[in-house]
Ligand binder design. Structure first.
Ligand SMILES: [Zn+2]
Length: 179
């Protein structure tokens, strides 16, 4: 029998994601910001674009996030080093790549760019890949819709509906033209 978890017991990636979703619900409903007590590790590290847009702390209702901003979600050495510090040294349980629809940069920061960035983080960083592989840290994609001021989840792969359709109807030139 053990007692309650010690102070600063690491939280799970799914619990961290739930905290962010709850924080965004506060943002959406106009509830007052509830700044998290700065105890222990931040709930998540958030990589977002450097374009003007609300700070992740605001979008997530005052959640204690480790914010990293890079133009066009670039995974250059500065951004990668910051994320590795958050995960490897602070023990952050979740990395969120937060794109946005109104990106001013050529590659954009929409869902496809978010997926590519998530893959690049694991490919380019042994620290992030290992933390993800072990289940200690989650990787999650979201997109901020600048005009609607809403947040959407980014699925890791194409939607199940699209895959289903692909199985039922193999693409051919005729069907592509008609659709
Ligand atoms: Zn942008």
């Amino acid at each position: 029998m053990t007692g309650s978890p010690p102070q600063g017991w690491p939280i799970s990636p799914s619990f961290a994601l739930a905290r962010l979703r709850a924080g965004h619900h506060r943002f959406r409903t106009g509830a007052a910001l509830v700044p998290a007590a700065p105890a222990g590790a931040p709930v998540a590290a958030v990589l977002s674009c450097a374009d003007p847009q609300p700070e992740p702390m605001i979008v997530f209702g005052g959640a204690d996030v480790f914010a990293v901003r890079a133009a066009g979600l670039s995974t250059g050495p500065a951004a990668l080093g910051s994320l590795e510090y958050a995960v490897g040294h602070l023990g952050v349980p979740l990395v969120v790549v937060l794109g946005h629809t109104g990106c001013s940069l050529p590659p954009g920061s929409g869902p496809e760019r978010v997926r590519a960035t998530l893959a690049a983080l694991r490919r380019r960083s042994a620290v992030l890949d290992q933390a993800t592989r072990s289940g200690r840290c989650g990787l999650h994609g979201m997109v901020w819709h600048d005009a609607a001021r809403t947040l959407a989840e980014v699925r890791p792969t194409a939607s199940p509906a699209a895959r289903h359709l692909g199985r039922l109807r193999p693409p051919n030139r005729a069907s592509v033209r008609q659709s």
